[in-house]
Design a protein around this ligand. Structure first.
Ligand code: FAD
Length: 398
């Protein structure tokens, strides 16, 4: 029986193990941390948005410039397969109003527990506190454990080591140096799905740190997204800004900064807003005009004052335009370790059609460590599971 070593016990690694076992292989799973799938469990804290039920073509279009191989893998194991797979583990799923798919219990731990029980029942051997260090001169895998160094061989190896964010959960990206030393082509890591830095005044932070800008529309270039945005002591954070991160990061790298246009009233037509502002009592202070006529809450008024620095257009049409396209200067992304996910990693050109490294025959890669990118919304986990499954099958047949 073929023996496969899987290094990295996140969702991609565990799915690779499942697929390899189904294909008749024996698997051992190794992880550096004292327990497995810590990022998966962290994703569960916000309900575990594991997939998305939108129409298949739309779902595929969410992946940013995907390699055809990724598209095929997601086709072979897509959202409905993820739901069926969860049902097989005794976990019912439901679709939120936006079509996002979650486990009914809105957490990852029951799913992970059931998954690990099934994997171990099917013969997977799990080794935690095994930090992979690369290969020795004979080609054996080398692991550091609390007691000693362990060396071992396998018929095939699947690397599912994750991206380079939330290093305290195990995904530190340190593997990149090990693969680069073996001649594997890598793309630089970049934060994705992350918050951004804005130099807020002390005055704004004193009153509004942690406050939400509710239901605003954010635009950068020709891309926009709508939702609540939190003012943080560093800048801005929230799921509404994540889809814009590639565009913002692109502008920041090209120009040293970017401008985010904020529409404070996306559901109010410009003409209606202009009429409301024009009808304001001329004796109203500018804050009262914003509160009573534009119907802005305190946080939005504070943002207007922060950006306009107290000098607001007097004419109703000009003021309406400002409120619907407030320019917020963004200095840069938050540090990569705080990003929900990272782009970059093992280049697709380093992989063959079955996710095997061309430079290292018998060594496969899957999950976030490969260079692809997607917004939040269940796309990340679905792709990790789909890739893990493809790598597990391919390695078992190697
Ligand atoms: C706060 C948060 C919320 C999220 N929410 C969602 C969500 O709702 N929906 C969604 O789709 N995605 C979400 N994600 C992203 C998703 O969790 C990741 O994309 C996914 O976990 C990546 O899976 P992976 O198996 O590729 O890698 P990981 O889950 O990162 O697992 C990699 C594993 O490799 C191990 N490892 C690393 N280096 C070594 C080494 N040298 N030796 C041994 N082991 C090693 C790590 O300990 C880790 O266990 C979220 C992420 C975060 C941080």
């Amino acid at each position: 029986m073929k023996h496969i070593a899987i290094i990295g016990a996140g969702p991609a690694g565990l799915m690779a193990a499942e697929a390899a076992i189904e294909a008749g292989a024996q698997v051992s799973i190794y992880d550096a941390m004292p327990s497995v799938a810590r990022k998966f469990l962290m994703a569960g804290k916000s309900g575990l948005n594991i997939s998305h039920s939108e129409e298949a073509a739309l779902f595929r279009s969410r992946y940013r410039a995907p390699d055809a191989r990724l598209a095929d893998m997601i086709e072979a194991f897509g959202p409905s397969d993820v739901e069926r797979w969860m049902t097989g583990l005794g976990i019912e799923s439901f679709k939120g109003s936006s079509g996002r798919v979650f486990p009914v219990m809105m957490k990852a731990s029951p799913l992970l527990r059931a998954w690990l029980v099934r994997l171990q029942r099917d013969g997977a051997r799990l080794h935690v506190r095994h930090c992979w260090q690369g290969w020795d001169e004979t080609g054996a895998l080398v692991f550091a454990t609390p007691e000693k160094e362990v060396r071992l061989e396998a018929d095939a190896v699947i690397l599912t080591l994750g991206g380079a964010s939330w290093s305290r959960l195990g995904s530190d990206g340190a593997w990149a140096d090990l693969l680069a030393a073996k001649g594997v082509e890598l793309e630089p890591f970049q934060p994705s799905n992350c918050g951004f830095e804005v130099s807020w005044s002390e005055r704004l932070l004193n009153g509004f740190e942690g406050a939400p800008l509710k239901g605003v529309r954010l635009s950068v270039g020709d891309q926009s997204a709508q939702g609540d945005v939190i003012i943080t002591n560093r800048g801005i954070e929230s799921g509404a800004i994540y889809p814009l991160s590639p565009n913002l990061i692109g502008q920041i790298s090209a120009r040293g900064g970017a401008t985010l246009e904020v529409d404070l009233l996306p559901d109010v037509d410009m003409d209606i807003l202009t009429r409301r502002l024009a009808a304001a009592n001329p004796k109203d202070s500018s804050s009262n005009r914003l509160r009573k006529s534009a119907r802005l809450d305190r946080t939005k008024i504070a943002l207007v004052n922060e950006i306009a620095r107290g000098v607001l257009p007097a004419e109703a049409g000009d003021l309406a335009r400002s409120l619907k396209s407030l320019p917020v200067r963004v200095d840069g992304p938050v540090p990569m370790d705080e990003a929900i996910s990272t782009a970059g990693g093992v280049s697709w050109s380093a992989l063959d059609d079955h996710l095997m490294l061309k430079a290292l025959p018998g060594v496969y890669c899957a999950g976030e460590m490969v260079a692809w990118d997607a917004p939040t919304g269940g796309y990340l986990l679905t792709a990790c599971l789909a890739m893990g499954r493809a790598a597990g099958r391919a390695a078992a047949g190697h």
